[in-house]
Write a protein that binds this ligand. Structure first.
Ligand SMILES: [Fe+2]
Ligand SMILES: [Fe+2]
Length: 253
């Protein structure tokens, strides 16, 4: 039986980035069956829904998401510059530009869900919100750095980014619900289009990592088996970190 999250990811990729990825598909299924994602547990979603029912909390979380997207964009840009294969570096650079745009889109969404809220803040708050957005552009300087990653390091980081993007997808599904809960009716259609685009982008981010993982798994008979274990190990570590985080916040799921 396929795990519900595996199914969600496979369906999304079939829609936005279809390709044959047999090794990756088997790896994802194995990783999520042996280490079901804590961030996709129904109790986790219910907890988010309870928090997001509060308008102040949700407004703050949109700003926090913008900040995380902006930070992620800069980290991925640095990572892209250290990827040994130029074609992979270009894919990761594209990803960084998307995340930079997402930072700005979350602020736009804040304004659509809570019209006038940001405008009513004082200058220093608005300056902070602006500073969270990296505004990366196609013209942003980009060059390969001398401290390139080894292929093994590169694939480990790609798997880590892959899982982070799957978590981003789960979050986007929940954010979409909360948009509709709080937004004025007149802005609902526009917010749904924004959400569609964000979800499609997350699908493409998951997909290019899947392509790189597929390529690595196809390189030798041993590679696929090793990567199966590696993906499951990354998922386990990711779950451990999520559980630590929940414990720190004294949340029981
Ligand atoms: Fe994003
Ligand atoms: Fe993403």
């Amino acid at each position: 039986m396929t795990n519900a999250l595996t199914r969600r990811v496979l369906d999304l990729l079939a829609r936005h980035a279809p390709a044959q990825r047999p090794h990756w598909e088997s790896m994802l299924t194995h990783a999520l069956d042996t280490e079901p994602a804590v961030f996709a547990r129904p109790a986790f979603s219910d907890h988010y829904r309870t928090l997001a029912a509060n308008a102040d909390w949700f407004a703050d979380s949109l700003v926090a998401n913008a900040c995380l997207e902006g930070y992620g964009a800069q980290q991925i840009l640095l990572f892209a510059q250290r990827l040994p294969k130029p074609q992979h570096a270009q894919l990761a650079r594209r990803h960084a530009l998307d995340e930079s745009r997402h930072a700005t889109v979350f602020i736009l969404a804040l304004d659509l869900v809570f019209p006038g809220l940001l405008a009513s803040q004082d200058d220093s708050v608005r300056a902070q919100v602006r500073a969270m957005q990296p505004f990366l552009r196609d013209e942003t300087p980009f060059s390969q750095q001398p401290d390139l990653l080894t292929p093994t390091q590169a694939i480990a980081d790609i798997i880590q980014i892959h899982i982070t993007e799957i978590r981003a997808l789960v979050l986007q599904d929940l954010v979409r619900e909360a948009f509709l809960r709080h937004a004025p009716q007149a802005h609902a259609a526009r917010l749904l289009r924004i959400s569609d685009r964000l979800i499609a982008d997350e699908g493409r981010h998951i997909a290019y990592c899947a392509d790189i993982i597929e390529e690595a798994a196809s390189s030798s008979a041993d590679a696929s088996g090793q990567l199966h274990e590696e993906m499951a190990n990354h998922m386990r570590n990711f779950n451990d970190l999520t559980n630590d985080e929940l414990e720190r916040q004294a949340i029981e799921l």
